[in-house]
Ligand binder design. Sequence first.
Ligand code: ZN
Length: 357
Amino acid sequence: MFGLRKGGKREIKKIERVLKNLDDNYECVFDYCHSDERQNIIINEKNNEKRCRFCRKTEPEVKFSKKAHAIPEFLGNKKFVLKSECDNCNEFFGKNLENNLSNYLGICRTILMLNGKNGIPEFKTKDKKERVKGIKNQELQGLIAIKQENKNFMQIDEQNKVLTFNTEREPYIPISVYKCLVKIALSLLPDSELKYFNQTIKWIRNKSNIDLVYYNKMINYTFLVERFVSSNKFINLRTRGYIRRNDKFKGAYFYFILEFLNMSFQISVPCLNKDMNFNINKNIIIIPSSYELGGIENTNLTVSIQDMRKIYKIISQRLSLSIGYSELEKNTKVDDRIWNLKDNLIKKIKKDLKINS
Ligand SMILES: [Zn+2]
């Protein structure tokens, strides 16, 4: 079950089988897509009494003055807003969970040009000898500039138009990355389902990851299905939730999928009230992502299952990442301009190092 797999005809049959299983036993309770219309989408708006869905506190005991994002802003979310998250919970999740997911993604945030609160983050290696900068605006769909001294940092396959980056993730706590994805899933879940997740909410709100009451039960879930597409066909931020309606079926009660650009995550959201018989090694369903459903060539798709059980910080973990490009120019003079880039220069360098155009 663990490891990489690549596609083929057998893969298509497998996908059809999974879709039938989903259709027979699950209900899709949400499917949100971040399209171009510039409107805020309020998630779970019916919660009029302003009760925080995580700590269950109401005004005036807690405040609701900050704009809470149902999906972190650094994943490119500008419009999914959550009204039922109090300022305390918002701050707690930001400091303890979202920072870990952000570090886990590391250089991906720059290469995929994830536009967060402060734009696309610039990536630097620890010794600052390698730098990567992403630039995206209406004029220029996407450009990344790379400065490197160590030739191993980035390798170019000009024949297949692929760049491979060899670097390290920033320090992160695996179980907190998992908790962060659970938090996003619970933000999007309809109110009527929330009552089954009391223990899960207690778990993600507990600052200590060592709490044994939960740890032994939750680690049955903490495996992350991760996909990465190396082609330069990007997809919009999209998120789906599936709730099991047939309790005789042994899959998890709640599967959650989060997709953005070239990456997709799937988790089984812990639900101790409903998952008496769930065993992740036997019963996990790997739900087809938009890449498989949209017919992205299987050879460009990597699927791996990441073990996120560890509760301590991982300081340096190697990360190798390949991504396609459409045009490439090697020009050291251009680099200096890009590092201090101003909007009026963007037009001039349009044809320089370029991805995703
Ligand atoms: Zn709260």
